[in-house]
Design a protein around this ligand. Structure first.
Ligand SMILES: [Zn+2]
Length: 264
């Protein structure tokens, strides 16, 4: 688990500022860089010896207690309840696209994939004023973004090309679907990671002069501000809550679902 909210109960430091976190409700960035190597100077997120909460070499949030460096923590504003705060990490990952791309409000955007990140991304892009489309397989989820003015399509239904395609499918075929939707000299942002190698229609990339951008974790502070401003609908993404004692049932239930919360 790496999408969590919790309360700080102790800080292993005599630093006054760090101790101010005690008792605060926080979310935490998941990358734990070494802070000494060359890469850490400019892009600690890419530290080659980083640990990643709940993902790599660092036990995650499916526990009563977890530890993180204080520098990873962000205090959650009072206006953001726990159920919304758990979306800080995926929303930050959506915002990373805006950190990476030179993107203007008049750019048209299509999001492929109607999982949690795809639905958040579509809401965010529509909220920023983009003409936004979502291509997904679950029609029952479309209402969550249609309320934001997002146009929704089942796979194969959308014919219009767009400036930017953001691939959030979590599957190997997503990037090629994205290539068929992007206009010439457009940009495809790839959010999916998966086991094994995918295939890529490189001729399409070359002939249409497509830019492909890989995109991972993003900034927490703006994500928290957006959540505090109540601009997005995150609560509709929560399908069910389970107490940790029913973790096994929760995992069985969570297959193919959007967001399932474990409570402690
Ligand atoms: Zn490092």
């Amino acid at each position: 688990g790496h999408e969590f909210v919790g309360t700080v109960i102790g800080v292993n430091s005599s630093n006054k500022k760090e101790n101010d976190f005690i008792g605060k409700r926080v979310v935490g960035e998941i990358n734990i860089p070494c802070r000494v190597c060359e890469t850490c100077r400019n892009m600690p997120k890419h530290c080659p010896s980083r640990k990643v909460l709940g993902i790599s070499q660092k036990d995650g949030a499916f526990a009563d207690y977890l530890t993180l460096p204080v520098s990873n923590l962000h205090v959650v504003p009072d206006e953001v309840p726990d159920e919304e705060a758990v979306f800080t990490e995926p929303l930050a990952a959506c915002l990373e696209v805006l950190e990476q791309l030179k993107i203007s409000p008049s750019n048209s955007v299509a999001i492929i994939g109607d999982g949690k990140v795809g639905l958040l991304m579509a809401q965010l892009m529509a909220d920023l004023g983009h003409k936004t489309s979502l291509i997904g397989k679950h029609e029952d989820r479309f209402l969550i973004v249609e309320e934001f003015g997002v146009e929704t399509y089942l796979p194969g239904q959308m014919n219009e090309k767009v400036d930017i395609v953001i691939e959030c499918t979590g599957s190997k075929s997503g990037i090629n679907d994205a290539l068929s939707l992007v206009r010439s000299r457009g940009t495809v942002v790839v959010k999916s990671t998966f086991y094994g190698l995918g295939t890529l229609d490189t001729s399409k990339v070359v002939v249409n002069e497509i830019t492909i951008v890989g995109s991972r974790c993003g900034p927490f502070e703006p994500a928290l501000r957006i959540l505090a401003q109540k601009r997005l609908d995150t609560l509709s993404l929560i399908e069910k809550k389970f107490p940790i004692e029913q973790a096994k049932e929760a995992f069985e239930y969570a297959r193919g679902k959007l967001k399932v919360l474990l409570t402690f």
